[in-house]
Design a protein around this ligand. Structure first.
Ligand code: IVH
Length: 673
């Protein structure tokens, strides 16, 4: 076959496959069998393999295949992605309507677009000339993360829009579409079942699962989760010229994007309240989570007049659903022990189904919380789930307490239920003082050490940690690095292949960044952010260990409690032994260039023009290695402008601002080179 004929067939196949994608994933009404679909895909792959030049980014074969990223880039939204004001009652919703009428000085009823509020995460899709070009998360509303390659794997997001379906309007050359990405409930439950089986931490709710899936650096992982989307609005869409919001949604739908089928135009706020009741009922039958309805003034000219107040538009409102509640009884209150030794009271409940999920336990957080809610064993309580798997007790129905018989109040034990060590109270929390001699703390701290965001030891899930601690294989985190194939094969349910994989993953974890190691150690009060700060500030584990409380608190963001907990951690003999053991096993504690102490400490440099003895990057690296900062743009906070040959406009700007300008030789002297 020649290239011309191949191209014709490829184009035909792409069109055909895209149409079936649309029918299947957007309209949910497939027209062919899976086998027929696979045949079309295989034929396309075959031709593309034969003529690689004919592969285009919008080809259905190109959804997955991008390489894993190191990190996500950022995207600045051309128009900020706003949030919504919340209402929890009909009363508040009626007040919203009254405010609008007053603001617009309108007597007649307002026309609203009423929409389901999907509980997922907001994204923006950018189409250039009808081709999916970029996708990002909402982030803080102004800047989000570039998750383009992950969004490409979402089947209901067309890689190419279909103008054929647009009636009169043509597609703007640059089109920004906003929507909610979510994980259907069935897929969410399946994913959690799989995670549980692997001994991994489960997702608390479908929203977290969707966010976790979309924020994967490896698009293959995202592709394995059947994410879906509903589009609910526009960002920048020049020349679109819609009169109403509803019209814009109809347009999105007509060009192949997925819009929620329950969107409706209603007149007057009473109809909105009615809609809210309808959708709240419908919610039970849906395969995705809703957490309310969104009400939007339909007329775009009126929206314009109403404008935005701080970060919320005056023309829209989220009328949330009441959390799902049921009543049941408390069978017992038990106490769990976490990684830091914190004791958590947990209510064991008579199993009850709340919104389709069976609930058997609810966390009570701490003694104060138990006292505040006055929960006692034998009580009848109302439990609620706000879309979350981890439920809570809303309140006790005191009228149901048996008359004449006092139910016992819950008291924290004075001995650790896991190891019998003494328990001490610190602030709101009680702690077991047994440290890592306490098996519960040991298990939790090993789980934390191996977790994804710490040392990231794939395959060492919660169940395996339990198994290895119970069988005495792991007595501290360092023992992980002394596992070998023989030891693993001596354990129940371990086979050649799985043992090999785990050993490989353990080996790979020996070289993690300093901040991950600091985080992995599990020092109380040191989360990811603090670990990053400590790593930047002190540069090496030795420097951190040598620093006393008074110097730690001098660092911005480190409070006295965290400082004490860090110093205490490194004073503990057992911790020092574990660190020695880690080093001996070959775990690298890398050093970072110490920022605060270099020759250029605290100074900000800007380079302009070409340098003779450095490239730009080398010069910047040198500045940073010596504790300084290299700025990208001119500003008053710059201490030195280094002018090379033929300096650009930054040079003139620097003179205007009266900044200190030096040449390359002087810069080199300052940096000690
Ligand atoms: S409109 C200015 N419509 O709710 C209006 N948002 O709390 C911006 N959401 O960030 C949003 N369904 O993630 C809109 N039908 C819908 C929605 C919806 C879910 C989410 C969205 C947004 C959040 C606002």
């Amino acid at each position: 076959m020649d290239e011309k004929r191949a191209k014709e067939e490829i184009d035909r196949l792409k069109k055909e496959i895209n149409r079936h994608n649309y029918l299947y994933y957007v309209l949910d009404s497939p027209a062919i069998t899976d086998a027929e679909y696979d045949r079309l895909m295989r034929r396309l792959e075959e031709l593309e393999n034969q003529f690689p030049r004919l592969v285009t980014p919008d080809s259905p074969t190109q959804r997955v295949g991008a390489k894993p990223l190191e990190a996500f880039g950022t995207v600045t939204h051309t128009i900020p992605m706003l949030s919504l004001k919340n209402a929890f009652t009909g009363q508040e919703t009626t007040e919203f309507d009254a405010r609008i009428k007053k603001y617009l000085k309108m007597g007649e009823e307002i026309e609203y677009a009423a929409e389901p509020k999907m509980d997922g995460l907001a994204v923006e899709l950018v189409y250039e000339d009808g081709i999916f070009a970029r996708g990002s998360t909402r982030g803080d509303g102004y800047v989000g993360e570039d998750v383009t390659q992950n969004l490409r794997t979402v089947r209901s997001i067309p890689l190419r829009l279909t103008p054929g379906r647009a009636e009169k309007k043509s597609i703007p050359r640059h089109l920004e579409v906003r929507g909610e990405v979510f994980l259907p409930l069935e897929a969410f439950r399946k994913l959690n079942r799989e995670k549980e089986a692997k001994g991994e931490a489960i997702f608390a709710n479908p929203r977290n699962a969707a966010a976790g899936s979309l924020r994967q650096l490896d698009p293959k992982v995202t592709a394995s989760r059947p994410l879906d989307i509903f589009c609910y609005g526009l960002g920048s869409a020049e020349g679109a010229g819609f009169k109403t919001h509803y019209e814009s949604l109809e347009f999105l739908s007509s060009i192949g994007l997925k819009v929620n089928p329950f969107v409706k135009v209603v007149k007057g706020i009473d109809r909105v309240l009615e809609y809210h009741r309808e959708i709240e009922k419908k919610r039970e039958e849906l395969d995705y989570e809703l957490d309310g309805v969104v009400v939007k003034v339909n007329d775009l000219a009126l929206q314009e007049r109403l404008g935005v107040r701080t970060r919320e538009p005056r023309w829209a409102l989220a009328f949330k659903f009441a959390p799902k509640q049921e009543s049941t009884t408390v069978k017992d209150i038990i106490v769990g022990v976490g990684r830091t030794g914190a004791l958590t009271p947990v209510a064991l409940l008579e199993p009850i189904s709340v919104g389709g999920v069976t609930i058997e336990r609810a966390t009570l957080h701490n003694q104060d919380e138990v006292d505040r809610k006055d929960v006692r064993i034998g009580d009848t309580v109302v439990v609620q789930r706000a879309g979350d798997v981890i439920p809570e007790i809303a309140y006790v129905i005191k009228e149901k307490r048996p008359p004449g018989r006092e139910l016992k109040r819950f008291r924290m034990p004075d001995k650790c239920p896991e190891c019998g060590s003494i328990v001490e109270r610190e602030g709101a929390l009680h702690f077991c003082m047994g440290g890592l001699l306490c098996p519960a703390q040991l298990k939790e701290s090993i789980r934390h050490f191996a977790s994804k965001r710490a040392m990231d030891i794939e395959g060492l899930g919660a169940m395996h940690v339990d198994q290895f601690v119970d069988s005495g294989l792991l007595k501290d985190v360092a023992d992980i690095y002394y596992l070998n194939k023989d030891k693993l094969l001596g354990q129940e349910r371990w086979a050649e292949k799985s043992a090999e994989n785990l050993i490989k993953a353990i080996e790979a974890s020996k070289r993690r960044t300093l901040e991950r190691i600091i985080y992995a150690l599990g020092i109380r009060g040191v989360g990811e952010h603090m670990a990053r700060l400590l790593s930047k500030e002190f540069g090496s584990i030795e420097a951190l260990m040598d620093t006393g409380e008074e110097d730690l608190v001098k660092v911005h963001e480190i409070g006295p409690e965290t400082a004490r907990s860090i110093v205490d951690f490194f004073k503990e003999r057992h911790n020092l032994q574990v660190m020695e053991k880690l080093k001996k096993a070959g775990v690298v504690f890398p050093s970072e260039a110490r920022k605060a102490k270099g020759r250029l400490a605290g100074k900000v440099f800007l380079f302009t023009g070409s340098l003779k003895t450095f490239t730009r990057d080398e010069a910047k690296d040198l500045v940073e290695a010596e504790g300084g900062e290299a700025a990208a743009a001119i500003s008053k906070k710059i201490d030195y402008v280094v002018a090379g040959e033929e300096p650009g406009s930054k040079y003139d700007k620097a003179r205007e601002l009266g900044l200190k300008i030096i040449d390359e030789d002087e810069f080199r002297r300052m940096a000690g080179r």
